[in-house]
Design a protein. Structure first.
Length: 128
């Protein structure tokens, strides 16, 4: 009987510890709203904490579809292999609508974001 109780205590301790680890590891997904107007984003620079984000890109009267490209600062933004592809919107953003990206994990560092369809300048995103 003592052996069964000991096993149950070990199993319960492991289960509680696993649940605590799962909750600790699952951070909430945050949102970053970016608005585009003709030839620019209204947000010229951003500073956020490390974490997982979904970008929500709105098209405010641009008159054509828009998108989002995110690149680590210093990498050649013209090369798609340098783009953080999860930050792309899931479909181009039609005039006067909003579209999300996939979940994108941002680690400490500097990034640039822009829209080649609009087109916009490159803006800075800092992750602290």
């Amino acid at each position: 009987m003592k052996k069964i109780i000991s096993i149950l205590v070990i199993v319960l301790a492991f289960t509680f510890n696993s649940n605590a680890q799962d909750k600790k590891m699952k951070q909430p997904v945050k949102k970053i709203a970016l608005e585009q107007t003709t030839g620019e984003f209204t947000q010229k620079s951003l500073t956020v904490s490390e974490g997982t984000y979904i970008f929500e890109v709105s098209n405010n009267e641009v008159g054509k579809d828009v998108g989002l490209v995110l690149v680590p600062k210093g990498k050649d933004a013209s090369k798609p292999e340098n783009h953080i592809q999860t930050a792309y919107v899931t479909t181009t953003v039609k005039n006067n609508s909003v579209e999300p990206s996939k979940e994108t994990k941002l680690t400490k560092g500097e990034y640039v974001y822009f829209c080649p369809l609009n087109p916009t300048p490159q803006y800075s995103l800092t992750v602290e």
